[in-house]
Design a protein around this ligand. Sequence first.
Ligand code: ADP
Ligand code: MG
Ligand code: ZN
Length: 592
Amino acid sequence: MEATLSHYFGYDTFRPGQKEIISKIISHRNVLGVLPTGGGKSICYQVPGLMLGGTTIVISPLISLMKDQVDQLKASGISAAFLNSSLTQKQQKAIEQQLLNGEIQFLYVAPERFDNDYFISLLHQLPIRLVAFDEAHCISKWGHDFRPSYQDVIYKVFDLPQDFAIVALTATATAEVQKDIMSRLNINKADEVKTSTKRRNLVFKVNPTYQRQKFVIDYVNQHKQEAGIIYCSTRKQVEELHEALEDNNVNSTIYHAGLTNKERERAQNDFVYDRVRVVVATNAFGMGIDKSNVRFVIHYNMPGDMESYYQEAGRAGRDGLKSDCILLFSERDIGLHQYFISSSKADDDYKDKMGEKLTKMIQYTKTKKCLEATLVHYFEPNEKLEECQQCSNCVRENKTYDMTHEAKMIISCIARMKQQESYGVIIQVLRGELTDYIRYCEYDKLSTHGIMKDYTTSDLSHLIDELRFKGYLNENDEILTCDSNVKSLLNAEKVVFTTPFKRKSKEKVSINTVEGVDKALFDELKGVRQKLSEQLDIAPVSVFSDYTLEEFAKRKPESKQDMISIDGVGSYKLKHYCPKFLETIQSYKAQI
Ligand code: ADP
Ligand code: MG
Ligand code: ZN
């Protein structure tokens, strides 16, 4: 196995998961491999394909990639070919003949090929030992990129007379999608090989900016030597942002489905060959593009689900060097996705599923917890969580609430329970609730029953989450257990901080403690409000609430358009009150 790897590919060792996947394949088992982007999935079918001999069929949804893959194999002295619509009749005939002569070791095809009866009859005659499904999440209805045509492909593959193994490979699949792929492709639970989704070199950031264009221009100007991708959700936005970048002397190119094949190919090549460092694109760009030094991926809009996000963001840093994955987010993105879902022609079941996925994505943009851990938790719910110490949430400095005391109460409550319990039960016991189950287990007799009765259920889940994300509590199928490192907390060697979590009434919020509010600007804006209130003879807070002024002082909106998205700004106030505030913000900004 190692000999094949080093002989053809020049690598000395396998990456995590590769060897296990390959061993299973050569002992004729069907396998699902879940490896992160850049984890080396191709090797997982190429090495066993070479070892088994005969022809390996690689089914891939990405026509644009086939040529690259085939060229790379040929460059390593391996005979490979692809069959797709880009070839002439004559070229296809030549490849078919080579296949029949047993001269081709790897054949790449798109799922559509299986509609062709002649192709199927050709397959029947080949010495097939292995069939690989690349980007296997496309098989599953619950995946983020479902291709219905795969139903038929799977049926026809299983109908082939040869005896061969099947390998399915993907980077982004939830537990549910994994299960679905395994049942469709007849893969045993024991033959699933997963390596961690974690990629420590990716630094995740969420930025709820109201000035996305400005953010992008500043960012690319501050990272002048670096290549990156900026994803927008519509062609129009791609073009607008591209123009804005040009106006600011940033050399960029665009990529979306509205361009001709030639134009897209040129854009892709310009990027891959470092002729242009920034691509502004829709999600049509990037699947499988082999450019390892992408230093940043910025999402101008929020994608509709975490799989899409992680797959797109994961195109950064394939070379293992530190890279930024930044999600810019505006509430308006949510509406767009909700519209997509409700106007889609799918059945209700499917729509519900997409709605759930969207909710998870929105939660990612709003969470105060570690972003990396949140992503890992989404794909691997039972994985031990760890804070990454580098995402935009981990580096925030607003964890000001010392929760060590609460942590001790929670931990001693869990430790006293006679068996492992779920979130819900633990919270009920802490709050001193009496249910049949609690009585049955005699948890009401514990000294810890009701020790946190002054905390709401949501306060408690916040505290418990913090302990999970800090690795003091572990979760397995909703069951919480203490990690051995809780000793350091109980022995007072460690303390735990969290973000202030108790809901305060509005009056009590002290302006100084609100993160990011520019106090000097806030005071100026209050002055403007005061004047307006006198002119109009209405109370200052009826002009704008403190909250709205705080938002102004935080976001520093530049236009009416920026302002309308701030809570408390309606169209009437926008027209009549906002100009004065905008003026003040502008002149304030000019001074600093
Ligand atoms: P993906 O899992 O995203 O499909 P690829 O198969 O395209 O990843 O592999 C990513 C890169 O890693 C390629 O350049 C590949 O040659 C390289 N690679 C794969 N396996 C190994 C290995 N065992 N040792 C070193 N490099 C490897
Ligand atoms: Mg791949
Ligand atoms: Zn983090």
